[in-house]
Design a protein around this ligand. Sequence first.
Ligand SMILES: *[C@@H]1O[C@H](CO)[C@@H](O)[C@H](O)[C@H]1NC(C)=O
Ligand SMILES: *[C@@H]1O[C@H](CO)[C@@H](O)[C@H](O)[C@H]1NC(C)=O
Ligand SMILES: *[C@@H]1O[C@H](CO)[C@@H](O)[C@H](O)[C@H]1NC(C)=O
Ligand SMILES: *[C@@H]1O[C@H](CO)[C@@H](O)[C@H](O)[C@H]1NC(C)=O
Ligand SMILES: *[C@@H]1O[C@H](CO)[C@@H](O)[C@H](O)[C@H]1NC(C)=O
Ligand SMILES: *[C@@H]1O[C@H](CO)[C@@H](O)[C@H](O)[C@H]1NC(C)=O
Ligand SMILES: *[C@@H]1O[C@H](CO)[C@@H](O)[C@H](O)[C@H]1NC(C)=O
Ligand SMILES: *[C@@H]1O[C@H](CO)[C@@H](O)[C@H](O)[C@H]1NC(C)=O
Ligand SMILES: *[C@@H]1O[C@H](CO)[C@@H](O)[C@H](O)[C@H]1NC(C)=O
Ligand SMILES: CC(=O)N[C@H]1CO[C@H](CO)[C@@H](O)[C@@H]1O
Length: 822
Amino acid sequence: MRGTILLLCCVVFLSVVTTLYGSNVTYDHRAVIVDGKRRVLISGSIHYPRSTPQMWPGLIQQAKDGGLDVIETYVFWNLHEPVQGQYDFSGRKDIFQFLKLVGEAGMYAVLRIGPYVCAEWNYGGFPLWLHFIPGIQFRTDNQPFKTEMQRFTTKIVDMMKQEKLFRSQGGPIILSQIENEYGNGDVGPLYGAGAKPYVDWAAGMATSLDIGVPWIMCQQPNAPDPLINTCNGFYCDQFTPNSNRKPKIWTENWTGWFLAFGGAVPTRPAEDVAFAVARFFMLNGTFQNYYMYHGGTNFGRTSGGLFIATSYDYDAPIDEFGVARQPKWGHLKDLHAAIKLCEEAMVATDPTISSLGQNVEASVYKTDSGQCAAFLANSDTDSDATVIFNGNSYNLPAWSINAITTLPNFTTSGVTFSNWNWINEPVGISSKKTFGKLGLLEQINITGDRSDYLWYSLSINIQGNEPFLQNGTQAVLHVESLGHALHAFVNGLLQGSVKGNIGNAKVTLEIPTSLNKGKNTIDLLSFTVGLQNYGAFFDIRGAGVTGPVQLKGSINASIVDLSSHQWNYQIGLSGEAMGLSSGGAAHWISESNLPKNQPLIWYKANFDAPGGLDPVALNVSGLGKGEAWVNGQSIGRYWPSNIASQNGCQDYCDYRGNFDQNRCLKDCGKPSQLLYHVPRDWLKPSGNVLVLFEEEGGDPTQISFATRQIDRLCSVVDETHPPPMNTFASNNITGNTTVPKVNLGCPNPNGVIAEIKFAGFGNPKGSCGSFSRGDCNSNQALSIVQKACLGKRQCSIDVSIDTFSDPCPKKTKTLAVEFTCA
Ligand SMILES: *[C@@H]1O[C@H](CO)[C@@H](O)[C@H](O)[C@H]1NC(C)=O
Ligand SMILES: *[C@@H]1O[C@H](CO)[C@@H](O)[C@H](O)[C@H]1NC(C)=O
Ligand SMILES: *[C@@H]1O[C@H](CO)[C@@H](O)[C@H](O)[C@H]1NC(C)=O
Ligand SMILES: *[C@@H]1O[C@H](CO)[C@@H](O)[C@H](O)[C@H]1NC(C)=O
Ligand SMILES: *[C@@H]1O[C@H](CO)[C@@H](O)[C@H](O)[C@H]1NC(C)=O
Ligand SMILES: *[C@@H]1O[C@H](CO)[C@@H](O)[C@H](O)[C@H]1NC(C)=O
Ligand SMILES: *[C@@H]1O[C@H](CO)[C@@H](O)[C@H](O)[C@H]1NC(C)=O
Ligand SMILES: *[C@@H]1O[C@H](CO)[C@@H](O)[C@H](O)[C@H]1NC(C)=O
Ligand SMILES: *[C@@H]1O[C@H](CO)[C@@H](O)[C@H](O)[C@H]1NC(C)=O
Ligand SMILES: CC(=O)N[C@H]1CO[C@H](CO)[C@@H](O)[C@@H]1O
């Protein structure tokens, strides 16, 4: 089994450096140099628009408590400049406020401007209007593109400078990024001769902006000096920068993976994340970033990359709802504390790696004054190892976890909906703003992404003797689309739907259909589910019904191709044009005859907010596919009818060996996402308005609210495990001061430890939620834990007989604690 251990020969007390004025950030071979000091830095990604400003201080504080020094974020161009030249930095888009909060918390920031960001974000962060600039080609040596990229990058840098946000001005930003993963094999190289000049231009353009902090390019092996090339991946231990004058930086160590509609839920065990991080620092690394530390929510239509779900939870150390995910959060916190104890030794020197046996390595950082830090790692995927190091013997199994366990629990809230209203969305063309054209048109070119939806409508006259009508008036409707999905209506009735998936957007619909003699209408509602965000030329891949569209009989000769007929087009829905999402205006029909399981219905209802302060989710069980708004704010696309495959999940996730995103899936055969985050600050105590647009048909009376509760928090620590095994705490090799500690803390940023439900030192039985005393018990355990912890955000207690006295000498004793926070 794989495991690593961090040992520390001498504890180094770092003096806290505070500067009131800025100084330039630089770097050398070992580390990034901030305020004149080389630093070992632990960073985490939190994207400001994926939570609300009211959540930001709590998220940042939890990152700090989790042992992070740095918050990393992208800058989302299409959020800030939705219309060319018109900027928006309000509310969730207020990146300046976000960065100021990071600074006020005493943390640093990494600003990944891009402006291409990937990020499972719509169109990779590019505004759609870029696509319509004549002669433009994205991300290559193309003048119209370079002009816009430079203009936006300069705008952001100038605004950051105005707000004094760079470290060189005393602000938090210590690194800035230009471009993003362009060097990946399936991106940059496909741009041919334009790629290298573009990378050189981007580096030069960025450098010329004179920000006083280094620029980085991730996944860009040929990043020109002085830019630092950095690594993204599940592991980056084997990565080396392209010059010996640059430090080893890991900009994206994936803590989990994103969820797609139609997919199962990916997870990555804390053990594997921690193993990867420890190995990175063991092998020369001094800066690493968790992608994501808090993933959050793709509100509205912001998700991108095809079929990306509304939840961007990412199995991150802080969950979508802003609550610490245990044991991952606590496990990594312990690792960070141990790594930070070694900072001085780690930045002073290169490590010396020695082999202690097959797949077992020791890495030692030693300075002239004798300080050192050592990591021991067993990268074997099968066997435990026992190694002798510095005369001591260590067992290296999988990580044994001494962190808090929580039983997360969504409880259906008693909140009921009242005052149901509805409006039909007409099938086909209903607005006056329509146009006709011969032939089928690509969708994104037409909609400019102003809506997910585009109607393709056709009217045909049937004589009754058409060759494809071999069986009464039955024919087969055949539709081919670039994606991402569509609903087909004939004479106003839904005939069938077809959807793509994250791997393949293209769809083909083939359904038998009855036609009338005389006039018939074929209405195809084509829709996108977040625009493509990755890969060479992703911007021009297109979507929508590009054909062919045919009516067929059972023999080939009887195919009639409708592709080049006169089609009528309507961009978006009539309900969108009427502004139904806010719930106001329009002629809503009241509840007496609420339609259920019918396609294309807008619903509206009122509700009071679920009581308390726990995070809130809308449980969309019973619905099909659509979008939901609370008090006019879009909580995102919902799609519970999109079910993950039955296959690919495991009961037990074996993380040994190299991890990938399909390794630890859960919730196979279930809707990919049932619960949708409704931020508390979007709710009023009463009189809230929920609006749903349901495409396929569903029963809105089945939906409910759930609140996220953290009922039980537990920690179990065994006194026999030396600290490196279960706490990552420093092991004083020279002094043998190996006392394990239990660390309790509350996942909610404002929580304090409210009650110790159980504390037993001896041989407690049971597991979290059902602990009971065994026959060996310290009768002081409860009062000791209460005294140390009640009313505090966090507390730490030595797990030893010195603390708890010895209830049964010569036996191994364990401390088990269950507690609640309020
Ligand atoms: C910081 O960097 C800026 C821009 O590169 C440079 O003009 C300035 O002299 C530097 N300041 C210090 C104190 O090195
Ligand atoms: C670590 O740094 C040393 C010294 O520069 C170098 O020889 C070695 O290859 C590096 N190892 C890794 C894994 O980066
Ligand atoms: C979830 O919370 C409710 C209410 O607090 C409680 O009754 C229930 O037992 C909890 N479920 C789990 C699995 O902890
Ligand atoms: C969501 O609602 C369905 C149907 O009422 C229910 O079975 C399910 O338990 C709910 N899920 C949660 C997490 O509340
Ligand atoms: C003819 O139509 C009927 C229903 O109208 C259907 O049951 C039958 O399968 C069709 N036969 C063929 C050969 O398409
Ligand atoms: C969009 O329209 C432009 C200009 O007419 C055309 O060159 C391009 O191929 C279209 N894009 C797609 C994906 O069809
Ligand atoms: C119809 O066309 C397809 C593709 O061209 C061909 O594979 C198939 O054999 C044809 N069927 C008949 C009945 O001619
Ligand atoms: C540390 O522990 C080892 C093994 O238990 C023991 O041999 C050694 O004497 C101890 N060292 C000190 C300084 O107590
Ligand atoms: C390590 O052990 C030595 C010898 O007992 C002691 O002087 C020193 O304070 C210990 N350091 C820590 C951090 O416990
Ligand atoms: C996506 C990615 O970069 N994955 C890499 C993570 O690191 C491991 C080990 O270094 C590589 O094998 C993967 O290719």
